[in-house]
Write a protein that binds this ligand. Sequence first.
Ligand code: BJW
Length: 320
Amino acid sequence: MPDHNAVAAFHELLRRIVSGSDSVAAAGRSPRIMALCGAGLSAASGLSTFRGSTAALWHTHDPMKLATPEAFAADPGLVWRFYAYRRHTALAVKPNAGHYALATLARSLPDGSFLCLTQNVDALSLRTGHPPESLRTLHGSLFDLRCVGSNRKGRFHCNYSIEDDFTEPLVPALAMAAEGVDETATTTEQGKPLLLPHIPVDELPQCPKCKSLLRPGVVWFGEALDKEMLRSIDQWVAVGKIDLMLVIGTSAEVYPAAGYIEKARRAGAVVVTLNLDAELQQGRRALGSRDFAFEGSAADLLPVLLEPLIGKLEKPKAET
Ligand code: BJW
């Protein structure tokens, strides 16, 4: 059994996978590699993670409570402030070497050989020029908007949505948040949290079609992920043996995303964890005898670990 954190042994595995000598089934077919990415991939760019992080996403509110349909129904202004702030911080940072390594992997392998599932909503992978056909944004995007409009009897559902809307601020009421100001962290001279003025619904982003409220195009707890996207992932998985499953910077606590790790394992994949807490994580999931766990920043690890497939990663000149 190779050391579970030996780079040389991992490189040897990659070479065997690409040459088709790793298994009888691999002979004469393209390699099949899947990745599941989480907030840790974007941490080196300067974005906060959700769990296990000292840097809070938004100082005074638990993101797990704001990322829910219930929070949006109760106070859409507060939730919009949170997302306007997140949109701004995501636009203010740059993709890191980890994002570029994955984009290069997607371009280096034959079509259909690599499927990258990202739980991240920050659009950083796309900004590297990662081919969209090999990327699935499981939890949507901060830059997609959709209408919540429906009537009481549920007969009318406005289907308006827009992708990649990078407007800042979306409306004047969100101007402060859209400048990267965490308004919830503002305190009075006595150090008490400042009570934020309530934003009326008609001052929040509005649907150009039916004038109802727009919401961020992300997936909140209790909401279904896009059916077509899930079907396309299941189809890819069903094709046959998966050689490698890269689990990158995710706590793997949120489903159905985390479920793809076991699906890939059942399809024959060697599971490779890249995380600041890799040892702890692999311990929880019980390291298989062929699995690997590399502890460190995904931005440092990915270019080194993927080198046999992508070559030496050049310093990115500019975003595409
Ligand atoms: C580094 C690093 C560095 C740091 N380098 N590493 C089965 C079992 C139990 C529960 C469920 C189940 N199936 C469904 C559920 C319920 C629920 C769920 O999973 N709950 C669990 C918490 C228990 N799931 C859902 O509700 C999902 N919907 C659903 O299942 O619907 C069913 C349905 C069907 C039909 C009709 C209706 C419903 C939806 C889940 C949506 C998740 N949404 C969020 C918010 C998105 C919007 C936003 O961004 O605001 O997605 S929650 C949040 O968690 C976000 C993330 O994508 C997601 C995952 O977090 P991630 O990325 O793993 O981040 P962290 O912070 O947890 O971890 C970071 C890691 O990085 C850490 O390990 C660090 O160590 C590491 N790290 N720096 C490498 N530099």
